[in-house]
Design a protein around this ligand. Structure first.
Ligand SMILES: [Zn+2]
Length: 321
């Protein structure tokens, strides 16, 4: 191989490597991005700190923060909110009850904010807590340091969707469309800005946790969200995106359900679909290229939850776990 061809090949390889790095580093943890005037998206560091994303919405006299995050994530989000606005945080909306979205509630209320959620979030906390809090406190110092026995439930809840907050400058709608990721999944919609914050009902990447979910109903929840006029999707995990994040996440759950249902129909057992290899669960189920953004290390767990949901004819979240 001539030097020039070698150099060209090496250059191409370098380009390829760069392309891979760029794809992987699409994630920008701990950064604050302006999405629209007065609306910022903070990408949480899920990899190292288990944090969720936050959205900060500026109203005339105060801020609304989407998701309480873990306690350490709450402090990080608050510090970033202070960089962009001197207004106080008045409302913190819990999109659902999971620790990375709601365990920081007491951090926010201690500084005078009001935590608010769809009523299903408080119900889910009653169902799963304080067991999960106590378990999490063993491995997370920020939770242990709160010196609580249980998470603080949202102070205000609503049942009628949409629950609207407006002060003449901006309209914010808290919405509920049914059971996808949890029984309490809340969305935050800004109709004028065409922005939708989805919590974990819609993730942008391989972040779907299905054990508390209703996998068969998940696409229907996204169908309802798709009826909204949406340009920007701000997910609970992963980078912000366009309306394509909704359709992609929907397709992932349709394909997952379809593939597992076909395997069940052909007489496959769960042990045929999911196996343990060197301490890791692996699955023989393969999903189409088009949904690969959502396929990652949790696929075997997602297949297990889907298999159990289909064969036991109950939402995954209703099965013992
Ligand atoms: Zn979650």
């Amino acid at each position: 191989m001539s030097f020039i061809r070698l150099a060209a090949a090496a250059g191409f390889a370098a380009l390829l490597t760069l392309a891979l790095i760029v794809t992987r580093s699409e994630a920008q943890p701990n950064t604050l991005k302006q999405i629209a005037p007065g609306v910022w998206f903070r990408e949480g560091d899920i990899q190292n700190q288990g944090h969720c994303n936050n959205t900060i919405i500026e109203m005339k006299d105060y801020l609304i923060v989407v998701d309480a995050n873990f306690p350490s994530g709450a402090r990080a989000a608050l510090a970033d909110a202070k960089k962009v606005s001197s207004k106080p945080v008045k409302y913190v909306f819990d999109t659902h009850h999971h620790g990375d979205h709601a365990y920081g509630n007491a951090v926010w209320t201690q500084m005078g904010a009001i935590t608010i959620a769809y009523s299903g979030v408080a119900d889910e906390m009653k169902r799963y807590e304080p067991a999960r809090w106590r378990d999490t406190a063993k491995s997370r110092p920020d939770v242990a340091e709160m010196k609580r026995d249980a998470p603080e439930p949202p102070q205000e809840t609503f049942k009628d969707s949409p629950h609207v907050i407006t002060d003449g400058t901006r309209r914010v709608e808290f919405r509920f469309y049914g059971w996808a990721h949890t029984r309490g999944d809340g969305f935050v919609y800004l109709p004028k800005e065409k922005i939708l914050c989805t919590g974990d009902a819609v993730a942008n990447g391989p972040y779907n946790f299905t054990a508390d979910g209703n996998i068969g109903n998940w696409p229907k929840v996204i169908d309802s969200a798709l009826k909204l006029d949406v340009d920007r999707v701000l997910p609970g995990h992963g980078a912000p995106g366009s309306r394509d994040v909704l359709t992609g996440q929907r397709a992932f759950f349709v394909e997952l359900h379809k593939a597992v249902a076909a395997a069940v129909k052909s007489g496959k057992k769960l042990t045929d679909l999911v196996k343990k290899e060197q301490d890791k669960q692996v699955t023989s189920i393969q999903l189409p290229e088009g949904v690969k953004t959502w396929v990652g290390g949790s696929l075997a767990a997602q297949v297990t939850d889907t298999y159990n949901e289909i064969t036991q004819k109950k939402p995954a979240g209703d099965l013992p776990h």
